[in-house]
Design a protein around this ligand. Sequence first.
Ligand code: KIV
Length: 262
Amino acid sequence: MKNIHDFIKMKKNEELISFITCYDYWSARIINETNIDAILVGDSVSMVMHGYETTINADINMLELHVKAVRRGAKDKFIVADMPFLAHKKGIKNTMNNVDILMKAGANAIKVEGAEGQLDILEYIIKSGVPVMGHLGLTPQSINIFGGYKVQAKEETEMNKLLSSAISLQDVGCFSIVLELVPSSIAKKITEQLNIPTIGIGAGPDTSGQVLVLHDMLGLNKEFKPKFLREYLNGFELIKTAIENYDNEVKSKKFPTEKESY
Ligand code: KIV
Protein backbone atom coordinates (compact mmCIF):
# COMPACT_ATOMS: atom_id res chain seq x y z
CA MET A 1 0.00 0.00 0.00
CA LYS A 2 1.26 3.46 -0.90
CA ASN A 3 1.50 6.13 1.77
CA ILE A 4 1.60 9.93 1.87
CA HIS A 5 5.40 9.95 1.48
CA ASP A 6 5.11 7.89 -1.70
CA PHE A 7 2.66 10.43 -3.13
CA ILE A 8 4.99 13.33 -2.33
CA LYS A 9 7.90 11.38 -3.84
CA MET A 10 5.83 10.63 -6.95
CA LYS A 11 5.13 14.32 -7.38
CA LYS A 12 8.83 15.13 -7.00
CA ASN A 13 9.72 12.50 -9.61
CA GLU A 14 6.91 13.70 -11.91
CA GLU A 15 5.20 10.30 -11.74
CA LEU A 16 1.47 10.78 -12.24
CA ILE A 17 -0.91 9.66 -9.49
CA SER A 18 -4.27 7.96 -10.11
CA PHE A 19 -7.15 8.26 -7.66
CA ILE A 20 -10.62 6.87 -8.16
CA THR A 21 -13.71 7.05 -6.00
CA CYS A 22 -15.20 3.89 -4.61
CA TYR A 23 -18.09 3.25 -2.23
CA ASP A 24 -18.73 -0.49 -2.04
CA TYR A 25 -17.06 -3.81 -1.35
CA TRP A 26 -17.22 -5.35 -4.84
CA SER A 27 -15.91 -2.31 -6.68
CA ALA A 28 -13.17 -2.10 -4.06
CA ARG A 29 -12.20 -5.72 -4.76
CA ILE A 30 -11.85 -4.93 -8.45
CA ILE A 31 -9.88 -1.73 -7.83
CA ASN A 32 -7.64 -3.61 -5.41
CA GLU A 33 -6.44 -5.71 -8.36
CA THR A 34 -5.48 -2.67 -10.47
CA ASN A 35 -2.54 -0.26 -10.35
CA ILE A 36 -4.73 2.63 -9.17
CA ASP A 37 -2.69 4.46 -6.53
CA ALA A 38 -5.42 5.42 -4.09
CA ILE A 39 -9.15 5.34 -3.43
CA LEU A 40 -11.32 8.24 -2.40
CA VAL A 41 -14.49 7.38 -0.52
CA GLY A 42 -15.98 10.72 -1.45
CA ASP A 43 -19.08 12.36 -0.10
CA SER A 44 -20.29 12.04 -3.71
CA VAL A 45 -21.50 8.72 -2.25
CA SER A 46 -24.70 10.57 -1.31
CA MET A 47 -25.41 11.31 -4.98
CA VAL A 48 -23.93 8.22 -6.65
CA MET A 49 -25.09 5.51 -4.25
CA HIS A 50 -28.06 7.13 -2.52
CA GLY A 51 -29.54 9.28 -5.28
CA TYR A 52 -29.45 12.63 -3.47
CA GLU A 53 -29.14 15.81 -5.53
CA THR A 54 -26.02 17.11 -3.73
CA THR A 55 -23.29 16.00 -1.34
CA ILE A 56 -24.93 17.91 1.50
CA ASN A 57 -26.91 14.79 2.44
CA ALA A 58 -23.80 12.77 3.19
CA ASP A 59 -23.17 12.44 6.90
CA ILE A 60 -20.63 10.70 9.08
CA ASN A 61 -22.70 7.51 9.42
CA MET A 62 -23.00 7.21 5.64
CA LEU A 63 -19.27 7.76 5.17
CA GLU A 64 -18.39 5.31 7.95
CA LEU A 65 -20.52 2.55 6.41
CA HIS A 66 -18.98 2.98 2.96
CA VAL A 67 -15.38 3.36 4.18
CA LYS A 68 -15.77 0.07 6.09
CA ALA A 69 -17.09 -1.70 2.97
CA VAL A 70 -14.32 -0.31 0.77
CA ARG A 71 -11.62 -1.21 3.29
CA ARG A 72 -12.90 -4.82 3.41
CA GLY A 73 -12.62 -5.01 -0.39
CA ALA A 74 -9.43 -3.02 -0.98
CA LYS A 75 -7.00 -4.23 1.63
CA ASP A 76 -3.95 -2.99 -0.29
CA LYS A 77 -5.03 0.52 -1.24
CA PHE A 78 -4.51 3.86 0.46
CA ILE A 79 -7.99 5.16 1.27
CA VAL A 80 -8.93 8.81 1.69
CA ALA A 81 -12.33 9.44 3.30
CA ASP A 82 -14.25 12.66 2.85
CA MET A 83 -15.23 14.68 5.89
CA PRO A 84 -18.91 15.22 5.08
CA PHE A 85 -20.83 18.51 5.18
CA LEU A 86 -20.16 20.45 8.43
CA ALA A 87 -18.38 17.46 10.02
CA HIS A 88 -15.49 19.73 11.04
CA LYS A 89 -17.56 22.81 11.83
CA LYS A 90 -19.23 21.94 15.13
CA GLY A 91 -16.36 22.32 17.54
CA ILE A 92 -13.10 20.53 18.04
CA LYS A 93 -14.49 17.59 20.04
CA ASN A 94 -17.15 16.80 17.45
CA THR A 95 -14.60 17.23 14.65
CA MET A 96 -12.13 14.84 16.25
CA ASN A 97 -14.89 12.30 16.94
CA ASN A 98 -15.77 12.38 13.25
CA VAL A 99 -12.12 12.01 12.23
CA ASP A 100 -11.82 9.11 14.67
CA ILE A 101 -14.87 7.38 13.13
CA LEU A 102 -13.44 7.61 9.61
CA MET A 103 -9.97 6.44 10.61
CA LYS A 104 -11.33 3.52 12.64
CA ALA A 105 -13.55 2.60 9.69
CA GLY A 106 -10.35 2.02 7.71
CA ALA A 107 -9.33 5.32 6.13
CA ASN A 108 -5.65 6.25 5.89
CA ALA A 109 -6.40 9.95 5.52
CA ILE A 110 -9.29 12.35 5.38
CA LYS A 111 -10.20 15.02 2.83
CA VAL A 112 -11.62 18.38 3.83
CA GLU A 113 -13.09 20.95 1.44
CA GLY A 114 -11.89 24.56 1.54
CA ALA A 115 -9.16 26.45 3.35
CA GLU A 116 -10.40 29.83 4.55
CA GLY A 117 -11.48 29.88 8.20
CA GLN A 118 -10.34 26.35 8.96
CA LEU A 119 -6.56 26.27 8.75
CA ASP A 120 -6.28 25.92 12.55
CA ILE A 121 -8.55 22.90 12.70
CA LEU A 122 -6.75 21.28 9.76
CA GLU A 123 -3.41 21.80 11.50
CA TYR A 124 -4.84 20.31 14.70
CA ILE A 125 -6.07 17.22 12.85
CA ILE A 126 -2.72 16.76 11.12
CA LYS A 127 -0.77 17.26 14.36
CA SER A 128 -3.03 14.61 15.90
CA GLY A 129 -1.51 12.13 13.45
CA VAL A 130 -4.11 12.13 10.70
CA PRO A 131 -3.05 12.94 7.12
CA VAL A 132 -5.30 15.53 5.49
CA MET A 133 -5.96 16.10 1.81
CA GLY A 134 -7.23 19.56 0.87
CA HIS A 135 -9.87 20.30 -1.76
CA LEU A 136 -10.07 23.64 -3.58
CA GLY A 137 -11.84 25.15 -6.60
CA LEU A 138 -15.39 23.89 -6.92
CA THR A 139 -16.04 22.48 -3.47
CA PRO A 140 -19.44 20.77 -3.83
CA GLN A 141 -20.44 21.13 -0.17
CA SER A 142 -20.66 24.90 -0.84
CA ILE A 143 -22.88 24.47 -3.91
CA ASN A 144 -25.44 26.89 -2.47
CA ILE A 145 -22.79 29.60 -2.28
CA PHE A 146 -21.53 28.90 -5.82
CA GLY A 147 -25.05 28.67 -7.25
CA GLY A 148 -24.20 25.71 -9.51
CA TYR A 149 -21.42 23.39 -10.69
CA LYS A 150 -19.40 26.04 -12.53
CA VAL A 151 -15.72 26.42 -13.35
CA GLN A 152 -14.08 28.42 -10.54
CA ALA A 153 -11.22 30.93 -10.45
CA LYS A 154 -11.57 32.27 -13.96
CA GLU A 155 -10.49 35.80 -12.98
CA GLU A 156 -6.98 36.76 -11.96
CA THR A 157 -7.91 37.81 -8.41
CA GLU A 158 -9.67 34.48 -7.83
CA MET A 159 -6.69 32.64 -9.29
CA ASN A 160 -4.36 34.43 -6.88
CA LYS A 161 -6.68 33.58 -4.00
CA LEU A 162 -6.72 29.94 -5.06
CA LEU A 163 -2.93 29.85 -5.21
CA SER A 164 -2.60 31.42 -1.77
CA SER A 165 -5.18 28.96 -0.33
CA ALA A 166 -3.20 26.07 -1.81
CA ILE A 167 0.02 27.38 -0.26
CA SER A 168 -1.75 27.77 3.13
CA LEU A 169 -2.96 24.17 2.96
CA GLN A 170 0.57 23.00 2.21
CA ASP A 171 1.92 25.15 5.06
CA VAL A 172 -0.43 23.61 7.64
CA GLY A 173 0.72 20.15 6.53
CA CYS A 174 -1.78 18.81 3.98
CA PHE A 175 -0.17 15.98 2.01
CA SER A 176 -2.07 16.67 -1.20
CA ILE A 177 -4.81 18.89 -2.65
CA VAL A 178 -7.73 18.09 -4.96
CA LEU A 179 -8.31 20.85 -7.53
CA GLU A 180 -11.83 20.64 -8.93
CA LEU A 181 -13.22 22.49 -11.96
CA VAL A 182 -10.58 25.17 -12.37
CA PRO A 183 -8.80 26.43 -15.50
CA SER A 184 -5.80 24.30 -16.51
CA SER A 185 -3.52 27.35 -16.37
CA ILE A 186 -4.06 27.96 -12.64
CA ALA A 187 -3.94 24.24 -11.85
CA LYS A 188 -0.56 24.10 -13.61
CA LYS A 189 0.72 27.15 -11.73
CA ILE A 190 -0.37 25.77 -8.35
CA THR A 191 1.15 22.39 -9.15
CA GLU A 192 4.46 24.02 -10.08
CA GLN A 193 4.57 26.08 -6.90
CA LEU A 194 3.75 23.30 -4.44
CA ASN A 195 5.87 20.45 -3.14
CA ILE A 196 2.80 18.36 -2.39
CA PRO A 197 0.83 16.72 -5.22
CA THR A 198 -2.30 18.22 -6.75
CA ILE A 199 -5.01 15.80 -7.87
CA GLY A 200 -7.24 17.25 -10.56
CA ILE A 201 -10.82 16.70 -11.61
CA GLY A 202 -11.74 19.07 -14.41
CA ALA A 203 -8.43 20.85 -13.83
CA GLY A 204 -6.58 19.89 -17.02
CA PRO A 205 -3.54 17.74 -17.72
CA ASP A 206 -0.86 19.49 -15.65
CA THR A 207 -1.79 18.44 -12.12
CA SER A 208 0.22 15.73 -10.31
CA GLY A 209 -2.58 13.23 -10.84
CA GLN A 210 -6.26 12.79 -11.57
CA VAL A 211 -9.37 11.60 -9.77
CA LEU A 212 -12.65 10.51 -11.35
CA VAL A 213 -15.89 9.29 -9.87
CA LEU A 214 -15.98 5.53 -10.58
CA HIS A 215 -19.58 5.44 -11.78
CA ASP A 216 -19.02 8.41 -14.09
CA MET A 217 -15.94 6.92 -15.76
CA LEU A 218 -17.80 3.62 -16.16
CA GLY A 219 -20.53 5.46 -18.07
CA LEU A 220 -23.27 4.54 -15.59
CA ASN A 221 -24.76 8.03 -15.33
CA LYS A 222 -26.58 8.89 -18.55
CA GLU A 223 -27.39 12.42 -17.39
CA PHE A 224 -23.88 13.50 -16.35
CA LYS A 225 -21.65 14.32 -19.31
CA PRO A 226 -19.35 17.22 -18.33
CA LYS A 227 -16.53 18.21 -20.68
CA PHE A 228 -13.83 16.92 -18.32
CA LEU A 229 -15.23 13.40 -18.06
CA ARG A 230 -13.88 10.53 -20.13
CA GLU A 231 -16.05 7.40 -20.08
CA TYR A 232 -14.06 4.17 -20.24
CA LEU A 233 -17.13 1.93 -20.58
CA ASN A 234 -20.67 2.27 -21.80
CA GLY A 235 -21.70 0.82 -18.45
CA PHE A 236 -25.35 1.88 -18.43
CA GLU A 237 -26.10 0.23 -21.79
CA LEU A 238 -24.02 -2.87 -21.08
CA ILE A 239 -25.71 -3.54 -17.75
CA LYS A 240 -29.15 -2.70 -19.10
CA THR A 241 -28.65 -5.12 -22.01
CA ALA A 242 -27.51 -7.88 -19.64
CA ILE A 243 -30.59 -7.40 -17.45
CA GLU A 244 -32.86 -7.32 -20.51
CA ASN A 245 -31.27 -10.52 -21.84
CA TYR A 246 -31.91 -12.21 -18.49
CA ASP A 247 -35.52 -10.99 -18.43
CA ASN A 248 -36.09 -12.26 -22.00
CA GLU A 249 -34.54 -15.65 -21.27
CA VAL A 250 -36.60 -16.13 -18.10
CA LYS A 251 -39.77 -15.28 -19.99
CA SER A 252 -38.93 -17.44 -23.01
CA LYS A 253 -37.93 -20.34 -20.73
CA LYS A 254 -34.32 -20.26 -22.05
CA PHE A 255 -33.05 -19.82 -18.50
CA PRO A 256 -32.37 -22.00 -16.61
CA THR A 257 -31.40 -24.96 -18.79
CA GLU A 258 -30.90 -28.51 -17.59
CA LYS A 259 -27.18 -27.75 -17.12
CA GLU A 260 -28.11 -24.95 -14.77
CA SER A 261 -30.46 -27.14 -12.74
CA TYR A 262 -30.03 -29.82 -10.01
O1 KIV B 1 -16.70 13.36 -3.30
C1 KIV B 1 -16.00 13.21 -4.30
O2 KIV B 1 -16.16 12.27 -5.09
C2 KIV B 1 -14.93 14.17 -4.54
C3 KIV B 1 -14.20 14.10 -5.84
C4 KIV B 1 -15.04 14.59 -6.94
C5 KIV B 1 -12.90 14.80 -5.79
O3 KIV B 1 -14.68 14.98 -3.71
